[in-house]
Ligand binder design. Sequence first.
Ligand code: SF4
Ligand code: SF4
Length: 290
Amino acid sequence: MVKQITIISGKGGTGKTTIASSFIKMAHDHIAVDADVDAANLHILLNLTTIKKEDLIGGAVAVVNQTCINCGKCEELCRFDAISGSTSDIKIDTLKCEGCGVCQYICPAGAIELKKDKQGEFYTSDTQFCKLIHARLNPAAENSGLLVTMVRSIAEDIAYAENKKLIIIDGAPGIGCPVIASLNGVDFALIVTEPTLSGISDFKKIYKVAGFFNIKTFVCINKHDINDKNTEAIEKFCASNNIQVIGKIAYDENVPKVLAAKNYIIDYTDSPAAKDIIQLYFRLEKFLYE
Ligand code: SF4
Ligand code: SF4
């Protein structure tokens, strides 16, 4: 049985990827997934060798060619309001087009084709700790939820084929489609938050999203010592909502420098943040491998 944990945060810059990369270094029998497909960065940190690359082909969109006689039938019949300009050049709005094919079917001039676009790429890579499945979405492509579902599905296939026990997913920040796709069907969610007013507000929003999936959810308060009052407010909220605060990580000004040098904070034994992250991992580990 493969367990899955998704590490999420209500917004970017809360230390989510620092924690995910530390877990990836400490765990065993695991696969890693970078589900932050709009701004993937785990692959930069983990020294990797890509072993497989595949294209993400999105849904079809209509494209009109020069044989169009401007009869206007397609504009009249498109239920999605994706076509305009019947009296002059026909234009198809690719963001509105749902690829239903009605315009192609009714066009008397055979002027419309349905084309599938490459919307991004996904990769399977080897790192020194485990395989990493990551992806890149093309600029302006809108299928980040689908891409997350695909990278997770590849990770699950590899995990079952190689008898792995754990999938660690670095989720996207926020509460949008990729986050929902990274939470669907996992065993655990770890919410990383910070004791700032915006951090608390974002935390409550992402907690609601995780609650929708009925996932066992833990909370980690990063930089807990920058504001004791706000840390206490997060702890009170968690206590009254029956959420376990499983770790608190001390502020450490060296974390960004260590990350920029592509090193792991947990290797710095005198770092207060490193000690807290290591403790956090060991508290979680008993759930992850039980
Ligand atoms: S494929 Fe369907 S949605 Fe797209 S432009 Fe044609 S009729 Fe409209
Ligand atoms: S139905 Fe065909 S010919 Fe008529 S306006 Fe649309 S693309 Fe042009």
